[in-house]
Write a protein that binds this ligand. Structure first.
Ligand code: 5GP
Ligand code: MN
Length: 344
């Protein structure tokens, strides 16, 4: 199995040494955690707990119900609802793992507590431009998912035999969701070998797929219909975008996670290489933006430059405070400056 990334042998030895006696450990995913964030944190949590550590996951906020069956998920503390308890754990932590993000600002209202923490930081992440807060940084943008990196991390610790069916299930979830079910460019033969091993170790692939993708509500399917109706195509720029207003969301009993994957509808059109979705959030006073691309057009750079966001080359997010209509106007007005990349 190939081992990649920045963590070298002496760092691994140091981490092994640290983990040789029971520690207080806090594990943190990013705000609005997705399948990879919850999969990686629950996998590592269960691994460390089984090794005798006092481990706890603290998420900045809640996550969609389709992630609420993953093994190890039931004890997750949500920082925004349980700040006192969360702050106590963070203050007492010997080790803090931050997974699937690389900048404290991605932890939302936890940012300050993370800045003040005294514990040793370990970052495991596959996004671009990692910050330097961690003593141990395992950062690799070629990786399909943070979950794949958790597998490699356990492998580097020489401990793959400690992967239980529950840990295998958690890791499987994040690899599956971050690769669009094993079809994005980041999916390699190594990814597939790991998946094969996870199935051997007890991950029930069919059941996992069903639990994540076949638990639609009627109102979510109807909302999907609205998104498809709102889909606009700009053939000159090989671009498609979707808008969803707060009113449309409310009409369809929007719940966290309901719009997951909608941005990909645009990208499924023949000839389209850039897709966006703009989702109004009146509560936060922002438009949440998701961007996807095919090939070399970097939505990470696009989002960093124009929408206060970031992510990966082919999948990124951002936000705007301009209101829905003005945000879309801004988006369209920017496209001509990417003419060369989008026209080819
Ligand atoms: P999504 O569109 O599914 O919310 O996110 C796609 C990718 O972009 C994910 O890897 C996510 O971590 C990243 N991302 C989403 N929103 C933001 C944001 O506001 N800032 C940054 N830096 N990354 C984001
Ligand atoms: Mn991820």
């Amino acid at each position: 199995m190939y081992i990649r990334g920045l963590m070298n042998t002496s760092e691994i030895s140091e981490i092994k040494e640290l983990l040789s006696t029971p520690k207080n450990i806090v594990i943190v995913p990013h705000k609005n955690p997705d399948g990879d964030a919850i999969g990686s944190t629950t996998a590592l949590h269960q691994y460390l707990k089984n090794k005798g550590h006092n481990s706890i996951i603290i998420a900045p906020n809640d996550y969609p119900s389709f992630l609420k069956w993953i093994p190890g998920e039931d004890g997750v503390i949500k920082f925004d609802g349980d700040q006192e308890r969360a702050k106590e754990y963070i203050a007492q932590a010997d080790l803090i793992f931050t997974l699937d993000f690389n900048h404290f600002s991605r932890a939302g209202m936890m940012e300050r507590s993370l800045n003040e923490a005294k514990g040793i930081y370990v970052m495991i992440d596959h996004h671009q431009a990692p910050d330097d807060y961690a003593k141990y940084t395992y950062s690799d943008t070629t990786m399909s998912s943070t979950c794949q990196m958790i597998y490699h991390f356990i492998e580097k610790l020489g401990d793959v035999d400690a992967i239980t069916p529950e840990i295998a299930t958690s890791i499987y979830v994040g690899i599956m969701t971050d690769t669009g079910s094993f079809r994005f460019r980041s999916t390699t033969s190594v990814t597939h070998r790991i998946i094969a091993d996870l199935i051997d170790k007890g991950a029930d692939n069919t059941r996992i797929h069903q639990q994540i993708y076949d638990t639609n509500s009627y109102s979510r399917l109807q909302l999907q219909g609205v998104a498809l109706k709102n889909l606009k195509v700009l053939p000159g720029y090989k671009t498609a975008y979707i808008t969803l207003s707060q009113e449309e969301l409310d009409e369809h009993k929007f719940r966290k996670g309901d719009t997951e994957g909608f941005v990909n509808f645009g990208l499924s059109l023949d000839g389209i290489i850039f897709a966006a979705i703009f989702i109004e959030n009146k509560g936060e006073g922002i438009i949440k933006i998701s961007l996807r691309s095919k090939g070399d057009f970097s939505v990470n750079e696009f989002s960093r430059a124009h929408f206060e966001g970031g992510g990966h080359t082919n999948a990124a997010g951002g936000k705007s405070e301009l209101g829905l209509e003005k945000t879309v106007e801004k988006f369209i007005s920017i496209l001509p400056s990417y003419k060369n990349e989008l026209e080819i």
